[in-house]
Design a protein around this ligand. Sequence first.
Ligand SMILES: NC(=O)c1ccc[n+]([C@@H]2O[C@H](COP(=O)([O-])OP(=O)(O)OC[C@H]3O[C@@H](n4cnc5c(N)ncnc54)[C@H](OP(=O)(O)O)[C@@H]3O)[C@@H](O)[C@H]2O)c1
Length: 291
Amino acid sequence: MKILLTGGSGFLGWNFCKTLRFKHEITAFYFQHELFLEKCNFYKIDIRNRDEVFEAVKKIQPEVVVHTAAITNVQICDQDRDLAYSVNVEGTKNLLDASAEVGAKFVYISTDLVYSGDGSFFTEDTKPEPKSYYAQTKLEAEEIVKSYDNYIILRLALMYGWGNVFTNSFSDWLHTELRAKRKVKVFADQFRTPIYAVDAVMAIDELISKDIKNDIFNLGGPERISRYNFALKFADVFGYPQDLIIPVPMDSVKTYLAGAKDCSLNISKIQSVLSFKLKNVDEGLNAMKRS
Ligand SMILES: NC(=O)c1ccc[n+]([C@@H]2O[C@H](COP(=O)([O-])OP(=O)(O)OC[C@H]3O[C@@H](n4cnc5c(N)ncnc54)[C@H](OP(=O)(O)O)[C@@H]3O)[C@@H](O)[C@H]2O)c1
């Protein structure tokens, strides 16, 4: 399949390229961070530039556009709202219009943070109540996506796995700090349903190959866990001392995720259409270690 992936230099996009580059013909957009990977065609583009987006999409003629690019740092989104809006909302609109022109399916990667953060195991029918500006922009983009035909929206949970030299995911950060034997303070009262990045990629791959359109799915792991307990398991699997991990309550530090105490996802809907079982944290961390 001919796939155009945005955010190829990001955490999810990189895992997508690494996992699927021998199966699909992938052109991966990046913006500031150039990477090289055999069988993956990287293409520098600013998705805010409508003309650039149209020119590239028309040239590539993808069957599917997987849109992962975004300003994902919650603090930056809060402090530079114009930037967050122009990339996360207007950039998505540029890609949607260009994708519609070439008749491509559009897969939009949203976030578990669109939910209120004060429930548990949210379903796709739960009314979104984003608490951060980041999540507001992701939800506004979802609404725009829904006004087009042939889309899939995936509300993704916190991901873990191997990143690249430029990425700074939660698991990248844990690995760097623990390897350097530095103590890490981790929220004991923030709950998510973390997903192994390769599972997220495999799920996207299955969904785009099925006859599914105009639908929304939660995409997370099956296990609700605090960041602290996740970090303990991470240390255990990778052989780091667990006493480097210090549990702290969310209200002990200024955080831009203050509202997001529990964004755990109910994943029954997506699990029912996938041919494989999404991994729990132990399974995912062990798969990560083996890879
Ligand atoms: N990571 C998670 O745990 C998580 C959880 C829930 C939802 N999500 C969602 O999943 C998606 C992927 O997240 P991620 O963690 O992979 O993100 P990430 O590592 O922060 O990567 C963001 C990507 O967006 C690109 N980008 C930023 N501004 C751009 C612009 N103006 N034009 C073109 N590309 C631009 C970046 O390119 P350069 O680096 O080359 O500039 C990078 O490739 C995002 O939509 C995010 O909202 C992620």
